[in-house]
Write a new protein. Structure first.
Length: 209
């Protein structure tokens, strides 16, 4: 899992860590089960739809690299809303015949991650950037890790935050996410997926936990 962010957003601060842990835990739960996600995610997830969806495990394994971009972090009543772009055209799932299915698509999936708790310290969270400005600042940052191996957190980074993934409807961030996603993977020419004999490469994780 390889992250980048808009200028002014620190991927290593406490709020960004909760956002990253939520996005990554969500992918793990979707591919396996919520019990396989990061410590504390099961207790932090305040979303009945996803909790029900992640009750049953799935017989699959994932290989390769998933790209994420933290597009914005906005202060709202009771917490924060983050916009995350996600691109998985370099990620494959092992099929029953031993091949690797890789879904191909241009652009990116836009998702909202909501962080809520009764008492918050707003600190110096940057104001959300306008969508027009975001279009000119996308791109993938250079990973700083030299070891292409995924390692998740061993402690609970969620604290007393409650997290949810509300539906995204007509988001003004769609164009910015699409522009960023196209820097990661171009739209497929013919097929929307391929099945290959070897897994896609695993790039260096960034940030590490």
């Amino acid at each position: 899992m390889l992250w980048s962010a808009e200028q002014g957003i620190d991927l290593l601060d406490d709020l960004s860590r909760v956002v990253r842990a939520t996005a990554e835990s969500n992918q793990i739960a979707a591919n396996f089960t919520i019990d396989a996600s990061y410590p504390g995610f099961d207790q932090a997830l305040d979303d009945a739809f996803y909790r029900n969806a992640y009750k049953n495990g799935r017989p699959t394994s994932g290989y390769g690299t998933q790209f994420y971009h933290l597009m914005s972090m906005s202060q709202v009543d009771g917490g924060y809303d983050a916009t995350v772009c996600w691109q998985s055209s370099h990620f494959g799932r092992k099929t029953v015949d031993g091949k690797y299915r890789v879904d191909l698509y241009g652009g990116a999936t836009t998702s909202t991650i909501a962080l809520r708790r009764p008492s918050i310290d707003t600190g110096n969270t940057p104001a959300p950037t306008s969508p027009a400005a975001l279009l000119s600042t996308g791109g993938v940052t250079t990973p700083k890790s030299n070891t292409p191996k995924w390692v998740g957190p061993t402690d609970n980074v969620f604290g007393d935050w409650k997290v949810s993934l509300p539906p995204v409807v007509n988001s003004p961030m769609y164009p910015a996410c699409t522009a960023w996603g196209d820097t990661v993977a171009a739209p497929p020419v013919l097929n929307n997926y391929v099945e290959v004999d070897v897994p896609p490469p695993t790039l260096p994780q960034y940030p590490t936990w």
